[in-house]
Design a protein around this ligand. Structure first.
Ligand code: ZN
Ligand code: ZN
Length: 360
């Protein structure tokens, strides 16, 4: 871990130098963890060419000492601003960056007041950009989280029965993952049966699952801070003709995108590969979200794969491919894999079955 931290710090310091910055304040939780190894939920990093400081409270000091040996620890009582003026003056900082997307206006105001003449420079996406490309150790962990989500889905296909509630099924998924190596579920799991599946972020309810209706299940595991994200749509018993038609369209769209993805492709083009199939089938209006999102220390991170986005795909990026069609009063179909961009194409990480009809 230590050498990984050194490499990440070196890279960040290069970015500081390139932008004429004397230091940066890192407050975004996943960025803080990525740069330091510290997993606690309270603390701020202050990084300059010479210093790497982790400022935190008493309750995290011992944990920080263990997890972030490359950092000097500075203790504050309630707020980072207590120690901030000293940090700025000790290095004679003129220009200090902060993460503008992750500080409230009130917090920015306090930093500004205590900055002792230094200029605060808003920045966005610096560490997020580093995190978009996974190294080998990160990929090893992500693969484990993906395999676990696949296994949980296989388990639930054998377990689920008409008459169960969405909540029972979601809990069974969560129990499976937590008893097979997950530190927790990656997010609030989604089980949306019948019309509930028409809401992409449906909250699990007491709805009883019936025969012949679409059931959207969106699940993921977290292992060592890294997440997986998997969606499958199934039907218990014979589906209606509409399900068969829509499922086929979504699956073709997803496979078209996966076939197109490679290093060098622009994210908006990856999105189009799937969107075109759905639009040609006449369901363009029923597919209102982007193709996918990066997955790593956060469930949703860079890159964002959406219409018109112009980021270039690079080897080492891990993201979801998750087209869907949503019809109010009927339900939805979404199919989501995680993929890894490689030099020579793409590796589809998720291996859960895409056979939707479950006859018991
Ligand atoms: Zn998902
Ligand atoms: Zn997703």
């Amino acid at each position: 871990m230590k050498s990984v931290v050194r490499m990440r710090l070196a890279r960040l310091r290069q970015t500081l130098a390139d932008n004429d910055l004397d230091a940066i304040v890192i407050s975004q939780p996943e960025n803080r963890r990525y740069l330091s190894g510290f997993t606690g939920t309270g603390g701020v990093l202050f990084i300059s060419p010479e210093r790497a400081v982790l400022a935190t409270t008493f309750v995290y000091l011992e944990q920080a000492r263990k997890q972030a040996p490359a950092f000097e620890l500075v203790r504050f009582q309630r707020e980072f601003v207590e120690v901030w003026p000293d940090l700025v003056t000790e290095i004679n900082a003129r220009r200090v960056a902060f993460e503008s997307a992750h500080l409230t206006v009130a917090e920015q105001g306090k930093l500004d007041t205590g900055a002792e003449g230094a200029e605060l420079v808003p920045t966005e996406g610096i560490v997020e950009g580093f995190r978009a490309i996974k190294d080998r150790d990160e990929l090893d962990i992500i693969r484990k989280a993906v395999v676990l989500a696949d296994a949980a889905f296989t388990h639930i296909v054998g377990f689920i029965e008409p008459g169960m509630t969405e909540r029972e099924v979601a809990w069974a998924l969560e129990v499976y993952m937590r008893t097979h190596g997950a530190e927790k579920a990656a997010f609030d799991l989604i089980v949306g049966a019948g019309p509930n599946g028409a809401m992409p972020h449906h909250e699990v309810s007491e709805r009883v699952i019936g025969v012949g209706e679409p059931i959207v299940m969106d699940l993921g595991a977290r292992i060592a801070g890294y997440h997986s994200d998997l969606t499958r749509t199934i039907c218990l018993g014979q589906p209606d003709g509409r399900f068969t038609e829509i499922y086929d369209v979504v699956l073709r769209a997803q496979l078209a995108a996966e076939a197109a993805i490679r290093a060098g492709l622009v994210t908006g083009e990856a999105d189009s590969a799937a969107r075109q199939v759905i639009a040609e089938a006449g369901y363009g209006e029923q597919y209102g979200h982007g193709l996918g999102h990066g997955v790593g220390l956060a469930v949703q991170e860079e890159p964002s794969i959406r219409q018109g986005a112009e980021e270039v795909l690079k080897p080492g990026m891990v993201f979801t491919v998750e087209p869907g069609i949503y019809l109010p009063d009927w339900g939805g179909v979404r199919i989501e894999d995680m993929v890894l961009v490689r030099e020579d194409g793409v590796e589809v990480l998720s291996q859960a079955s895409k056979e939707p009809v479950i006859i018991k």
